[in-house]
Design a protein around this ligand. Sequence first.
Ligand code: BMA
Length: 317
Amino acid sequence: MVGYRLVHRHEHNPILTPDNVPFPVATVHNGAVTRYNDRYVMLFRAHLRNGRSVIGMAESGDGFRFTVRPDPWLTPAADGVFAEYEAFGVEDPRICRIDGIYYITYSAYSTHGVRIALARTEDFQQVERIALITQADHRNIVLFPQRFNGRYARLDRPHTGINPWSIWISYSSDLIRWGESRRLMAPMPYHWDELKIGPGATPFATGRGWLHIFHGVFQTMNGAVYRLGAALHAPDDPAKIVAVADEWIIEPESPWERSGYVPNVVFCCGAVPEADGTVKIYWGGADTVMCAGTAYINELVDVCLQRPRPALPGSVG
Ligand code: BMA
């Protein structure tokens, strides 16, 4: 369908480029965004010019025009257990507000592999690391913003050599110790996400369930293509997937999504639902710049419900 778009790209994309960052960086990408005191705060990943990543912060009044703080917001820890596991850099943050506290999950890279660390802030000035909440070989963990039967829930993405990389769920009573993990969603063979999938933005509540924007990858003769998809989880049971949209909601199209440090990548770490029924979606373009767009929440829910595919294709059909 010509002109058919679920997500409307912002006219000023890319909304951030390395030139907008006051400290020397090669990229500004994979940013998470949340509302804080009637403003928007973005925590983004930036490659330093040695190839390792730090997390920077930007602020905005309208969610599209961001100003970057002069110094990085989170750099690899200098001592203790975090120093050992963050030595190669900190990457791909997600922000989740629970009971007035902003929790940040981010990838911690080191010679031991990649783990997920949890930090918290109340004001985006002071940040406190809490714990490393996975073993090695996990990325892309998003928390749900509320408890279910008194427990926190998160979507996981463990790496495995046996199955295609899939989306799992785990639970915790204290945000530190997690368990009861189960696989919820898997890549679909011969489909846009057949190579691997992973959690993207922190899920947000809609009248019809939790909407989760995830990424899916297809391997072509010219390398991998990263696109974004949508899944709907039951309102009171995040382990129950109501529907997964068969089609992607965004694919690399703009020049800065199709070419850059890693070509043909749109990668989402954040989305902000608005009271007017829209959602602002943020994604890194080609692992180099930040982009934003807007969608109608109802249209994203409808595409899940009206044109679904199985969540676990191998076991369901
Ligand atoms: C993934 C992660 C992301 C990155 C994406 C595309 O494996 O490393 O941070 O945006 O690849 O290169």
